[in-house]
Design a protein around this ligand. Structure first.
Ligand code: ATP
Length: 362
């Protein structure tokens, strides 16, 4: 990236509260651009989601797919509405389609307790929570999506774990742990979460994890069974750093970890492949609160920070990494100054939350 280049960002606001939380995130990115010499963005907005399907019969037009293909990164609000469905009764989920289309195998789900935000875990504020679940996102039990066999007497879904995807996933995860350690020497542990004591497939998964670890001696690698891991997460989440796991386990564990830090409104996410990546909050379109200015934009704003960090790593462009840290600090400062979203029991709606974060941006 040279000083004159701009990062081209595909912006898919989506449905429900998606566009409501996207606006504050874009406002933050505009402010970052104004205050970071050399860092420039070019935003192109495009339709995707249930409303688009209602109008056209497609979850997203070809022009959106082409834009996503060409852009440097994809920022997505949230898509899908319970009342809008395909003829087979499933919801419109372009975010899942993009995962398969662009082979976004690494689902990164950071879980950091913003100081001052309430956690259901006793003493969480004293210890702090700062962990990351990396969820394989293209295979595992989800490989069976739409292919399950149901008869009168039994139902079958098949889990698929491949060498190719697992090797890429583990390489990504070890590197992720190394980057965390480079920033904070207390970090740098990677836990493989599986069920290797019961299933051959997971024993094999664990073997591939150990094999990849030989190339990353600086990372402290260990293993946990998913059941034991769940119990430990709600007792001592501060003992964890980076976890890597199969798709279905990751789906469940990452909702659990979002709950540890105040819920979906606080949890950012990224779906990352070798070339493309989508950044979006963990939450859905929240139709129950849409159009009322109640949505918490924190997860979306933190997803924008994740995007900057990924761009920085991919393009070896440190100002973007510094900008990501500035956004996280601004969120922390806004909460330290007393702002509290409605979903955390506070009084502040989307606009007040957005204003507080913008004001805290140094
Ligand atoms: P999906 O299946 O698309 O993930 P969902 O119905 O499981 O959707 P959400 O749409 O995330 O879940 O909503 C779950 C609950 O959390 C709803 O009551 C919603 O109002 C609330 N919620 C989700 N996101 C936010 C947010 N950003 N701010 C405030 N409340 C939120």
């Amino acid at each position: 990236m040279s000083a004159n280049d701009a990062f081209h960002i595909a912006v898919l606001p989506g449905d429900g509260i998606g566009p409501e939380v996207m606006k504050p995130a874009l406002d933050v990115l505009h402010r970052i651009e104004e205050t970071t010499p050399g860092l420039k963005f070019r935003f192109t907005e495009a339709p995707a989601g249930a409303n688009h399907y209602k109008d056209t019969g497609k979850s997203m037009p070809d022009s959106t797919i082409k834009l996503c293909e060409e852009a440097d990164a994809i920022l997505l609000g949230a898509c899908g509405l319970p009342a809008v469905r395909y003829p087979d009764n499933t919801e419109i989920m372009p975010q899942v389609e993009l995962r398969f289309m662009f082979d976004l195998y690494a689902g990164v789900r950071p879980c950091r307790l913003v100081p001052g935000a309430p956690s259901p875990i006793v003493d969480a504020d004293k210890h702090g929570i700062d962990l990351v679940v990396i969820r394989e996102s293209t295979e595992g039990l989800f490989a069976s999506m739409g292919k399950g066999v149901v008869t009168h007497d039994e139902a079958r879904e098949t889990m698929v774990i491949t060498r190719k995807t697992s090797e890429r996933l583990f390489e990504f995860s070890y590197r992720y742990a190394e980057r965390r350690k480079a920033r904070n020497p207390d970090k740098g542990t990677l836990t493989c979460v599986d069920k290797a004591n019961v299933f051959k497939a997971f024993a094999w998964f664990r073997g591939l994890f150990d094999e990849a670890g030989k190339r990353h001696p600086g990372v402290k690698a260990n293993h946990l069974y998913v059941d034991a891991c769940s119990a430990m997460l709600v007792k001592r989440p501060w003992d964890f750093d980076v976890m890597v796991t199969e798709n279905m386990f990751g789906d469940i564990l990452s909702d659990l970890t979002a709950g540890l830090i105040g819920g979906m409104g606080m949890a950012p996410s990224a779906d990352i492949g070798d070339r493309h990546a989508v950044f979006q909050p963990c939450h859905g379109t929240a139709p129950d609160i849409m159009g009322q200015g109640k949505a918490n934009p924190t997860a979306m704003i933190l997803s924008a920070a994740l995007m900057l960090d990924w761009l920085a790593d991919k393009h070896e462009y440190k100002p973007a990494a510094d900008a990501a840290v500035r956004i996280e600090r601004a969120v922390d400062k806004a909460y330290a100054n007393g702002v509290r979203p409605l979903d955390l029991g506070g009084k502040d709606g989307t606009a007040a939350m957005a204003k507080a974060v913008l004001e805290a941006l140094e």
